[in-house]
Design a protein around this ligand. Structure first.
Ligand code: ZN
Length: 271
């Protein structure tokens, strides 16, 4: 059976996720397919199975918009607080070893603690597990080989954000690596990477758990920074400070790090 027919038969609607037996290797419950705005991303977790890709359906922009509207309305009516499922870690995502040289090179380059990562030996990705309330519900994998697509891969797509660190001040950064760097370099902060292009009520719910918020996105994201700040203050009532950076936090520009430390200290002292 052709993959295209198999996917078509699933009739996945925008936002739908399917999990079942793999049409290729017959692996039990190892195949997933997710429809995100008409793009169906599919993947098999079984070691040795190469099934993976994106199938673009021919939904028009109007159809996508209509479906999103319908879903929003549905959500507004049901308003059920659903627990996220615990992620089943595939057997090829392992604790990193010194012999995983691509993994080693990547974590060394960014100065990331190895304990915050895993390694996908099948697809050559440095994997950042995403925990909510102590359970892994998703993971982000950064390609460290030469040929993989996409560069950043989401394992379940369940998580809305990645957070790391302890502290009642929250620093919102551009990506997972910046989040880890901020949490490592600045004592007593929690940092958050928003996994997507916009914030939703899940983000605001989480942000509301912190006393103060600092937004430290990359210097090209001024529009986004202004928008986030406005939304956060509106939704959570938390005092939110926006920072102008020279570069992403992960590049550890001296001035940026000093400014961030100062800001965090000011904020904690004023309490
Ligand atoms: Zn398979």
């Amino acid at each position: 059976m052709r993959m295209r027919d198999f996917i078509n038969d699933l009739s996945l609607k925008e936002g739908d996720r399917y999990r079942g037996d793999c049409p290729q290797c017959r692996g039990k419950n190892t195949f997933t397919a997710t429809n995100t705005l008409g793009d169906i991303q599919y993947n098999c977790f079984k070691l040795g199975c190469t099934i993976r890709g994106i199938y673009v359906t021919d939904m028009t922009a109007a159809e996508i918009y209509q479906r999103m509207k319908e879903q929003q309305t549905q959500r507004a009516y049901t308003n059920i607080k659903k627990e996220k499922e615990t992620m089943e870690i595939p057997e090829y995502v392992v604790t990193p070893k010194a012999s995983h040289t691509k993994h080693q090179r990547y974590v060394r380059r960014w100065g990331i603690a190895i304990g915050d990562t895993m390694y996908d030996v099948k697809d050559e990705r440095v994997v950042f597990p995403i925990k909510h309330d102590g359970r892994i519900i998703d993971a982000v994998g950064r390609a460290v080989g030469k040929k993989q697509h996409p560069k950043w891969y989401r394992y379940t797509g369940e998580a809305d954000y990645y957070t790391i660190g302890i502290g009642k001040t929250l620093v919102i950064v551009e990506d997972v690596v910046s989040a880890i760097v901020a949490a490592q370099e600045i004592p007593y902060v929690t940092s958050m990477a928003i996994l997507g292009t916009s914030m939703n009520p899940k983000h605001f719910e989480k942000i509301g758990e912190y006393d103060k918020v600092i937004i430290a996105l990359d210097p090209d994201a001024i529009g986004k920074t202004v928008e986030y700040r406005r939304e956060i203050e509106l939704w959570t009532g938390r005092k939110t400070t926006a920072m102008n950076l020279i570069d992403d936090i992960k590049y550890r520009e001296y001035e940026d790090m000093e400014k961030l430390k100062e800001l965090v200290n000011e904020i904690s002292n004023s309490n």
